[in-house]
Design a binder for this molecule. Structure first.
Ligand code: SAH
Length: 407
């Protein structure tokens, strides 16, 4: 890892470039919203490159915030609203706060639950940074160049925060850093080394593929929703569509499902789900996995599943693709409703940040109406507490789900 790439501006706030806002554009910052949009910037005093720490001032010259400079529609992601240095103490105090919240959630229970999210970007006042814990291994992911430059300081603070319990820090930002920044970043360990890739979620064992897997290797955000699914699984025939590592499948097995079919278009995912089912229920013939396209599978399947999970990838990555995304959710859910026997239960999700709760609900409502089914909402689901939402940043609410009873 190249440790020399830390720009001087990271440690010398006094000389940090100053971003001067247009008149009145500090209003959202006064309400602690952690983004400065490029349209709000009047000019910059000094030289600035992507990833630099910048100080933000009003048109009248008053300090309002300090954060990382970015290229794009979000120009600054705010780290602090105080006039304080962004140094090792800063990272340490932010990580200690994040850890304190996780301790309050009692998610770190050796022998029972060792998977949880320690840092969730804006939700932990650390925009652009994600840290997931898998037993003794922390997987750290930067979504901004500024966080990338600070990675060694953050890793150091992380070791102090976690103490003995941490054996390794794996940095996994190859695909999450802005492509245009051309950082040539490769994934690798920043500290220690580990090949102990089995961790626990609610007593179930999962292989975590932090080397090559999606996100940090596992979808930590579905833990509570998987638990709820377990509760409904008894005696049912379960279809886990978009299964990835098979979290929902393994919980359904423990819940006493009659059969569990896992589907994902990726052959690698099918391998992972088979591995994870095997880890917990070796030689259990109730489970089978299929590498197939979701729409094709739903079109061709018999109406044999009375518990279906639809957890697709984000259909809308940006606001521009919102309309198409909503159509996609409607189409997908309509297919499931059409094939659902009476008394069936549907767990349906959207993880698109650009789609809000009401829009998702409307898309599913439309699907129910198209398929002319009588549908009741049993639960409204969301992301778990270790993916907290900064109250000043409602955009942080990204995971939405509905549990529906189909008559
Ligand atoms: N439910 C999973 C996470 C799902 S991630 C969990 O709890 O861990 C979304 C998955 O959808 C990915 O694994 C991806 O390979 C799969 N996918 C994407 N497009 C698909 C398609 N058209 N048909 C089936 N699977 C698809």
């Amino acid at each position: 890892m190249n440790e020399n790439a830390i720009p001087a501006s990271l440690t010398a706030e006094a000389s940090a470039p100053r971003v001067i806002l247009r008149k009145g554009k500090e209003e959202s910052l006064r309400r602690f919203h952690p983004w400065v949009f490029s349209g709000a910037v009047h000019h910059i005093d000094g030289e600035v490159s992507e990833g630099d720490v910048v100080s933000v001032y009003t048109a009248e010259g008053e300090f309002v915030a300090r954060g990382h400079w970015q290229i794009g529609s979000i120009a600054v992601r705010v780290l602090t609203f105080n006039d304080e240095p962004i140094d090792e103490d800063f990272w340490l105090s932010r990580l200690e706060q994040a850890r304190k919240v996780r301790l309050a959630l009692t998610l770190d229970v050796p022998g029972h639950n060792t998977i949880y999210r320690l840092v969730h970007g804006e939700g932990d006042n650390l925009p652009g940074l994600v840290i997931d814990i898998y037993g003794g291994v922390a997987v750290m992911q930067a979504h901004s160049v500024g966080m990338h430059y600070s990675r060694m300081q953050i890793a150091h603070a992380l070791r102090q925060t976690m103490g003995e319990s941490l054996t390794a820090i794996y940095y996994k930002s190859e695909t999450t850093l802005p492509f245009k920044a051309s950082l040539g970043q490769e994934n690798g360990f920043l500290y220690g080394q580990s090949d102990a890739d089995v961790a626990l979620e609610n007593g179930l064992r999962f292989h975590i593929d932090w080397l090559k897997g999606q996100k940090t290797g596992f979808f930590v955000d579905q833990r509570d929703n998987r638990s709820l699914l377990e509760h409904y699984a008894k005696g049912r025939a379960v279809l886990n569509m978009f299964c990835y590592t098979g979290g929902f499948s393994v919980y359904a097995m423990r819940g006493g499902a009659r059969l569990v079919h896992s589907v994902d278009s990726s052959a690698k995912a099918v391998e992972l789900v088979n591995d994870n089912v095997g880890l917990n229920f070796p030689d259990d013939l109730r489970h089978e996995a299929f590498a197939e396209d979701a729409f094709r599978f739903l079109d061709e399947m018999k109406p044999q599943y009375d518990l279906i999970i639809l957890d697709p990838p984000a259909f809308a990555k940006h606001k521009d693709s919102l309309k198409n995304a909503l159509r996609g959710y409607t189409k997908l859910n309509a297919r499931a409703f059409e094939k659902m026997p009476s008394g069936g239960i549907l767990f349906t999700f959207s993880c698109s940040q650009a789609v809000n709760k009401e829009q998702f609900r409307l898309a599913v409502f439309t699907a129910a109406a198209i398929s002319r089914r009588r549908v009741r909402i049993l639960h409204q689901l969301h992301q778990p507490a270790d993916h907290p939402i900064n109250i000043y940043h409602p955009e942080g609410e990204y995971l939405k789900g509905l549990v529906l009873y189909v008559e």
